[in-house]
Design a protein around this ligand. Sequence first.
Ligand SMILES: CC(C)(COP(=O)(O)OP(=O)(O)OC[C@H]1O[C@@H](n2cnc3c(N)ncnc32)[C@H](O)[C@@H]1OP(=O)(O)O)[C@@H](O)C(=O)NCCC(=O)NCCS
Length: 404
Amino acid sequence: MVADIAYREYHPDDAESFVRLHDSCFPALSADFWREWSQGPVTAAVAVVDGEVVGTVPFHFRNLRVRPDAVVRVAWEFSVCVREDLRGTGVGSRLMDTAKGFLQGRCAAMTVYRNDELSSPYRFYARNGHQDLLYMRPWVHRGPASPSAGSLKIRTHSWEEFLTDEAQYLAVFSSAYGAYGGFPQRQAGYYAPAVNTSEYNEVPVELMVLAQRDEAGSLHGYAVVGEERDSPTLHVMEMAALDNDLAVAIALLAAVTQLAAERGIKAVVSTADSSPYAAALRALGFAPALRSQSSMVIMAYPLDPERLAGAVWRESEAAAGLEVSAWTPEREVCLHRARRDPATPVVLEMKEDTLARLLFSRLDLRAAIAQETVTTAGAGDADVEAIAQALPYTPWVYHYLDFV
Ligand SMILES: CC(C)(COP(=O)(O)OP(=O)(O)OC[C@H]1O[C@@H](n2cnc3c(N)ncnc32)[C@H](O)[C@@H]1OP(=O)(O)O)[C@@H](O)C(=O)NCCC(=O)NCCS
């Protein structure tokens, strides 16, 4: 047992021993890549013994789209690791506590994309206050090897061509996911750095783009596909069809499965049931894995629930007079201050996991009250309706392209 472990935020002088620890746990990172990338919106909590990093929880700051009208900055966890001989002694949990301290005021939440709900790392995040917000499963193609793409023509493009035409692709993406949250907010210049993260450096991915255009050359849909160098799988990294046109989605997915068949590998789409393309996936013979076998979860730990509530609350006349607080067995949080007199005090009572869902627009408040996972004090039906509009349930998707 090591007695003197210092816990603090990462400093550039830690780079060399940080990479050493990282490489003992995960596929190697190039030291040059880490030095350059870690100068960007990246930090880490580190546990240090005699100048050597022995444990780390690294973070990549990202703008998470909670809803179409609410985007918050979050610290996305990746490559979390404690030196093997020190695991199970509380180092990881102390790193989490350290990060909760220095991240306060710098972002709204700590978030992670974690697979396998039966694994000990999943339990580690849950024990450190992270709550489940979205479940995804790999949908694997089990239908005929070469399904028909219909009459729509699909062309193949390089990733460089995609970047050159990024504005067109962004327009189709917005049309497809305009109503959704759950993913890093896209804007011009988003994609080149999105595929130059620690994860892509660890596991290089060969990217290609399948696109569907009309005769005038206007883009109607695309699928970015990626083959990991060391894994025989063709992943759909991101796909979008203008207005979520089912025929275009089916043509794209058929082209993906044909490409996978040509390469002799399987096609996988890791997505949530709320994906606008769930029907197209089923139509082509894709089926989701069982959660007990393979699942991926977006989890979050809200750092300051009151600030987060302030950032995501959608103001309205109906809610203006409501003084709303949330009670959990662990705390009481102000969700909204009344903007006029006399104020109507309302308390929403729930557990921590339900509070996280409410704050991230992942809870249908009316349904939660009806099924008694939320109880209320002081709220009439109109008040509940006003709060449900202020923190509305929003469907989420997460794109494999953003896996870090
Ligand atoms: C996941 C990981 C970072 C957790 O770090 P850690 O330092 O082992 O975490 P902790 O010690 O705080 O908690 C781990 C377990 O030890 C237990 N524990 C904590 N303090 C303890 C102590 N003083 N005595 C005995 N057990 C203790 C915890 O209850 C926990 O048990 P659980 O898994 O049954 O819930 C570490 O195990 C690791 O590096 N794993 C390999 C890399 C990895 O999988 N990373 C995740 C990538 S997303």
